[in-house]
Design a protein. Structure first.
Length: 568
C-alpha cells in the first residue's frame, strides 16, 4: 500500500497545489504578472497563465522556472526574453467594386492603425487597431463592411511579427427617401428643418444620423427620435448602361414620439437672493397651431415679481431661429424699487460649441429710492449681440472645461432712448480637475457702461453685484453706487472668484472659496469687497447644488447662500 501512496505524494509536491506563490525574476515580468496570478495553483496552471499574459505584451518566449521552498511555498522565476517587434504591416481593403484600395484611398483608415512598423507587439493595440478601422468603415459610406481575416505571424526565433488584416467594404450606400412615423400634431416640414445633412442622395454617415436624431430630441417638439436603416432592402444604383455601380440606395425610417401639446408646471422654492418663491409655468410647442414654441411663467418672490413670455419660431434651414419675448418685472432690492417692461426680438444661431445671438430690446423703466418721493424714468431701444463659447465635458455637472460669454448693447438719444450709451460685459467660468477628488473653479466678470451720464440709462444696463453667484459674504446686489441708503446701478463692474471642491464621495463634496469684486462709478473709488467661506456641494440630476456660508471682510458679517450652480 505504501508503494501505491508514494507516487501520489510525489505528484502532490511536484505538480500539486502549494501554500503560496513567490514571484521573482525580471522586474517588468513581476509587474505584468503580479496583479493576475492567483496565490495558489498548480505549476502547469501558472506556466500557462504566465505565457498567455506575457504574450499580450509581446513576450512570446519567456523562461519560467519553479522551485519549492522548505515552507512549501512555490518560487516562480521568470525571464522575459526578447520582445517581439513589428516587422511588416499589411492592411488590405477591397472597395464596393471588389477592387483593392490604393494607398491614397485607404489613407484615412490606415492612420487609425495602432501597431506601426518597428513598434512592440501588444495584444490590446492589435485588437483596437482592427476595430478602429472596421468602425471607421461602418460609420461612413459602408454600412456592411466586415473584417474578413486577420493574422499575427510571430517568429519567436528573431522576435519579429508580420501583421495581416483584410477588410471588405461591401456596397457603398447613399441615403434614400425617408419614411416618417409618429407625426400627428406637426407637419413634415418641421422635421425637414432639422435635417441639415441627411438628404436624399447624400453618402451614408452615422454622424449625420446621430446629429439629426439629437437635434430632434433636443427640440421642444419630440421626446424621442430614432432612425432605423435597412441595408438588406437597399437597391442597386445603375450606370447609364444599366449595370450596378457598386453603390446602393439605403432606405431608412424616422420614428418620433411627440411631446405633450401643453405642459403646465407649478412650484415652490427659496433663494437667498430674492427669498421665498411661488411659480407657475405654461409651455406649448404648437402656439397658434404654427409649431411655434411658447414658454411663459409667473414668478412671485419676496423681493421680485416677474411675468414673462417667449415665442420661438421654427428654425430656418440654416439653423437660425428667431424669437420674440416680453417681460414685466417689479423688484424691491437694497432700497431700490424698480418697475420695468421690455420687448425683444432675437436671432439664435448655434454651431458646435459657439452660440451667436444678435437681438433688439426696447425697455421702459421707473425706479424710486425707498423712503423718497422722486421717481426716475428712463427708456432705451438697444440693439445688442451676445457671443457664448461653451466647452465642457458635461453641460450640467462639468468636471473640466470652460464657458465664456461677451455682451454688447448700444443706444442713442436719436432713436427712442433717453441717453446715449455703449455697454460692454463679459464673464467666464473655468472648471479644472486637479485629481480624482479635487476640483478648482475659477469665475470672473467685468463690465463697463460708456456714457456721459448715468441719468437716462435704465438700471438693467448698469451694474450691481453681491450675493449668490457673485461676491458671497454680502447680500444680493448690495455692492454698487450708494445713494440715500440704497444701492443703485454703477458704470463699472469687476468680480473674480476661486473655489476649491473636495469630492469625498462621487456626488458629495466640501468647498472653500474666495470672492472679490465691486461695482462703482467713474467718480468713485473702485474698492474691492472680499468674501470667503465654506460650503457643501451635491451633484444633483439638475446640476451642482451648493450651500455656502460666506464672511464679508468689510461688513464683518456672515451670509448664507443657496444656489443651483449650472454654468450659464
Amino acid at each position: 500500500m505504501r508503494f501505491l501512496f508514494l507516487p501520489l505524494l510525489l505528484f502532490f509536491f511536484s505538480n500539486g497545489v502549494f501554500a503560496a506563490l513567490v514571484l521573482e525574476g525580471d522586474e517588468e515580468a513581476v509587474r505584468l504578472l503580479k496583479p493576475y496570478l492567483p496565490k495558489e495553483a498548480k505549476r502547469s496552471q501558472y506556466r500557462l497563465l504566465a505565457n498567455d499574459i506575457l504574450a499580450t505584451q509581446g513576450y512570446f518566449s519567456p523562461t519560467i522556472a519553479f522551485k519549492r521552498q522548505e515552507n512549501n511555498d512555490l518560487t516562480m522565476t521568470v525571464t522575459l526574453g526578447a520582445r517581439v517587434k513589428i516587422e511588416e504591416v499589411h492592411i488590405t481593403i477591397d472597395n464596393e467594386k471588389n477592387v483593392e484600395m490604393n494607398d491614397l484611398e485607404k489613407e484615412e483608415y490606415v492612420k487609425l492603425w495602432q501597431l506601426p512598423k518597428n513598434s512592440f507587439f501588444r495584444q490590446d493595440l492589435w485588437g483596437a487597431g482592427k476595430q478602429n478601422i472596421l468602425n471607421a468603415l461602418l460609420s461612413k459610406r459602408y454600412a456592411r463592411a466586415q473584417l474578413v481575416n486577420s493574422l499575427a505571424d510571430v517568429n519567436t526565433e528573431d522576435a519579429s511579427a508580420r501583421l495581416y488584416v483584410y477588410y471588405q467594404t461591401g456596397a457603398a450606400y447613399k441615403m434614400g427617401k425617408m419614411k416618417t412615423e409618429g407625426l400627428y400634431r406637426y407637419p413634415l416640414k418641421l422635421v425637414e428643418r432639422y435635417r441639415q445633412h441627411l438628404t436624399e442622395g447624400s453618402l451614408y454617415d452615422s454622424k449625420n444620423i446621430n446629429d439629426f436624431q439629437n437635434a430632434l430630441q433636443s427640440s421642444p417638439y419630440f421626446q424621442n427620435a430614432r432612425i432605423s436603416i435597412f441595408p438588406e432592402k437597399a437597391e442597386d444604383i445603375l450606370d447609364e448602361n444599366g449595370k450596378p455601380t457598386g453603390e446602393k440606395t439605403l432606405p431608412y425610417t424616422l420614428k418620433v414620439t411627440e411631446k405633450p401639446g401643453h405642459i403646465f408646471g407649478a412650484g415652490l422654492g427659496y433663494s437667498t437672493n430674492t427669498g421665498s418663491r411661488i411659480e407657475g409655468q405654461y409651455q406649448t410647442a404648437n402656439f397658434l397651431n404654427q409649431a411655434w414654441h411658447l414658454e411663459s411663467a409667473v414668478r412671485l418672490e419676496e423681493k421680485q415679481q416677474t411675468l414673462l413670455a417667449d415665442v420661438f419660431f421654427l428654425p430656418r434651414p440654416n439653423r437660425h431661429q428667431m424669437a420674440v419675448g416680453a417681460i414685466s418685472e417689479y423688484s424691491r432690492i437694497e432700497g431700490l424699487n424698480i418697475s420695468r417692461y421690455a420687448l425683444g426680438v432675437q436671432d439664435i444661431w448655434q454651431k458646435n460649441n459657439i452660440e451667436r445671438r444678435p437681438y433688439l430690446t426696447w425697455q421702459k423703466e421707473r425706479y424710486r429710492i425707498k423712503n423718497t418721493s422722486r421717481t426716475h424714468k428712463s427708456k432705451a431701444l438697444a440693439p445688442g449681440f451676445r457671443w457664448t463659447w461653451r466647452k465642457t465635458d458635461n453641460p450640467v455637472n462639468p468636471n473640466r472645461g470652460f464657458v465664456f460669454q461677451i455682451n454688447t448693447d448700444i443706444a442713442s438719444q436719436k432713436v427712442v432712448s433717453d441717453q446715449d450709451f455703449f455697454r460692454l460685459y463679459f464673464r467666464g467660468q473655468h472648471f479644472l480637475t486637479l485629481n480624482a477628488k479635487n476640483q478648482l473653479l475659477l469665475r470672473y466678470e467685468m463690465g463697463r457702461v460708456f456714457s456721459k451720464s448715468k441719468e437716462g440709462v435704465p438700471q438693467e444696463y448698469l451694474f450691481r453685484t453681491g450675493g449668490t453667484g457673485s461676491v458671497r459674504g454680502y447680500t444680493y446686489k448690495n455692492l454698487g453706487a450708494k445713494e440715500d441708503g440704497a444701492t443703485l446701478g454703477a458704470q463699472n463692474l469687476a468680480v473674480v472668484s476661486a473655489e476649491w471642491i473636495h469630492w469625498f464621495l462621487p456626488q458629495w463634496g466640501l468647498a472653500s472659496f474666495v470672492d472679490s469684486g465691486n461695482a462703482w462709478d467713474d467718480d468713485s473709488p473702485s474698492n474691492f469687497h472680499t468674501g470667503a467661506g465654506l460650503g457643501a456641494r451635491w451633484k444633483s440630476p439638475a446640476g451642482p447644488l451648493g450651500i455656502d456660508l460666506g464672511y464679508g471682510f468689510k461688513t464683518k458679517k456672515v451670509a448664507l447662500h443657496f444656489a443651483l450652480n449650472i454654468p450659464f
